[in-house]
Design a protein around this ligand. Structure first.
Ligand code: NAD
Length: 538
């Protein structure tokens, strides 16, 4: 059991039912849960039960928002947004820096809630809050670079002054998934708030408490409660009225749902960013440090039990190092510890639900039935908790198998041998996705050159995903059916703004004057354009 949190601690002490289930230790205090769920915009009285995937035991009853509640939440956000947009960029940045400190101060409590609700290993829960802190600091410190009004060159140098303003969109709708429930609820919203927007968020039904804790931290950091509204309920029932009311949608989830959401946004002519699925390749080149590659490969493949959009599911390994790499990688995977605990000492937690377990089991069963070999894993572990599944490495996966091209979103890896690097890149680019890739090589320059040919939005060299994920100044997102738009960097905040260009004309007007005919004016303009080009003006 982890330590009680500095805030008094959300965890009930000791087993809820020690006689029958020694693992049943993860209930949250009812008062703590109520304080969180009171934040949901819901008036119908309907609730939905959530359980902890650590032990399958009830955790909370989550109030459900009706479509009227969603409309009311959007209206309340819209009413509060103009006053928020009038606050200075310095004030909004200061709130982000307070949030940075708060998530670090309340580390244990946040890790407990994430762990109880998602069942992930504590080290994976910690990465979520570290990512929120990184995001808050990056946007607070760079706010003016992105959002200050800037001067642009005018049509007539010295005579046309142009100011380009960044205007907040208004109300941003966020729809977030369950797999990284803390950072994916917050990290896209922070730049939206910084730019002067209000947010209405619909987190996944399985991880509402974590998202609500995020909302509580935002308020404590100084963001007014009205500008961060939380709604709850099934995706379609709540998502549709949300999209109908807001001015921009930021969606993270599956490609299938993302496609539906893009169509609804198109009907209303509002913008959206879509962070979607992947079938991410990891390449081990002939000059890779095999030991380091095997260590990184384990993190790339099995972080959060593979339930990570940027985790690797396809490994392409050069002939020259194949046997040595596979031997070390399999040995490391076999040595990984699994367990239902909130302590730091397990490498991998559980899958989140029966649905996830069903998908993982179906992919492995299909591959094995069609001739794939299981080098390690391939087993459900109900002795640890209802949805635990072992880290699994497959050889001999072929295109007729489901896991060849479809995202498993679990701890299941296919190994492929390659003979030349151009062939490896072509196979890495095969399929419809283009989210993230990893390349292991001791020759950084050669790996960087190869990376330019991989059709993925992010490529990590000598790391699985963390180098790009943690580099907040670098845009992140998918090519092809892995998404549209980018989070992080300038693009991650500018998506929440409209540009407004204000041009002030001085001296001469744009058209004939002083009695010039249209023809003489056209001649004068022609000469001016030639001069400006000779001077090298943009
Ligand atoms: P999902 O698409 O089923 O659900 C994601 C969110 O969308 C949830 O909040 C859900 O309630 C909501 N939703 C579902 N149907 C909806 C509808 N019709 N209208 C509006 N909202 C709806 O995805 P999932 O299976 O829960 O999450 C896993 C998927 O998300 C994987 O494919 C994974 O790769 C992807 N993902 C991508 C990223 C990224 O940054 N690219 C990050 C995390 C997860």
């Amino acid at each position: 059991m982890s330590a009680q949190s500095p805030s008094g601690g959300p965890l009930l002490d000791g087993p809820a039912d020690p006689e029958h289930d020694p693992r049943a230790t993860y209930a949250l205090e009812p008062g703590y849960v109520r304080a969180l769920t009171d934040r949901i915009a819901a008036t119908s009285g309907a609730t939905s039960a959530v359980e902890s995937p650590l032990n399958g035991q009830p955790l909370a009853h989550i109030p459900q928002s009706s479509s009227g509640d969603v409309a009311a939440a959007v209206s309340a956000a819209r009413a509060a947004q103009p006053a928020w947009a009038r606050t200075s960029l310095a004030e909004r940045s200061a709130a982000l820096l307070r949030l940075h400190d708060l998530v670090l101060d309340r580390r244990d409590e946040i890790c407990d809630v994430i762990g109880v609700e998602s069942g992930k290993a504590r080290k994976d829960a910690f990465l979520e809050l570290a990512h929120v802190a990184l995001t808050a600091r990056y946007y607070a410190r760079t706010a003016r670079n992105h959002l200050d009004t800037r001067r642009a060159p005018g049509m007539f140098p010295g005579l046309t002054r142009v100011d380009v303003h960044r205007i907040p969109k208004g109300v941003v709708g966020i729809i977030s998934p369950w797999n990284y429930p803390f950072t994916l609820a917050l990290c896209d919203g922070l730049p939206a708030l910084l730019a002067g927007n209000a947010v209405v968020i619909k987190p996944d039904a399985q991880t509402m408490l974590t998202a609500l804790l995020g909302a509580e931290l935002l308020e404590q950091a100084g963001f007014p409660r009205e500008i961060w509204q939380v709604v709850a309920g099934p995706g379609r029932d709540v998502g549709t009225p949300l999209i109908r009311g807001v001015d921009y949608v930021c969606f993270t989830g599956s490609t299938a749902t993302g496609t539906l959401i893009a169509a609804q946004c198109a009907e209303r002519l509002i913008g959206c960013s879509l962070e979607l699925g992947g079938k991410n390749p990891l390449l081990v080149l002939r000059d890779a440090d095999v030991e380091k590659a095997a260590e990184g490969a384990c993190r790339a493949a099995f972080s959060n039990a593979g339930q990570l959009c940027v985790s690797a599911e396809r490994f392409f390994i050069a002939d020259q190092v194949y046997d040595r790499f596979v031997e070390r990688f399999v040995a490391r995977a076999k040595a990984m510890t699994l367990g239902a605990t909130l302590d730091w000492d397990v490498d991998m937690g559980t899958l989140i639900s029966q649905d996830q377990l069903d998908t993982v089991e179906a992919h492995v069963a299909d591959a094995v039935a069609k001739g794939a070999r299981v080098l390690t894993g391939g087993r459900h572990r109900p002795d640890l908790g209802p949805y635990f599944y072992e880290p699994t490495i497959l050889e001999g996966v072929s295109p007729d198998m489901t896991c060849f091209g479809q995202e498993t979103f679990g701890p299941v890896i296919a190994l492929y041998r390659f003979h030349d690097e151009a062939e490896a890149v072509a196979r890495a680019n095969d399929g419809e996705y283009g989210l993230n890739a990893a390349v292991y090589s001791q020759d950084g320059a050669r790996a960087r050159e190869l990376a330019r040919h991989i059709r993925c939005g992010t490529v990590n060299i000598n790391e699985g995903f963390g180098a790009t994920f943690g580099s907040l100044a670098a845009p992140m997102g998918g090519m092809r059916r892995s998404g549209m738009g980018r989070r992080q960097g300038s693009e991650g905040v500018l998506r929440y703004t409209d540009t407004q260009s204000v041009a002030t004309q001085r001296g001469v007007r744009i058209g004939p004057q002083y009695g010039l005919s249209q023809e003489r004016y056209a001649r004068l303009m022609t000469a001016s354009l030639r001069v400006l080009n000779k001077l090298g003006r943009a």
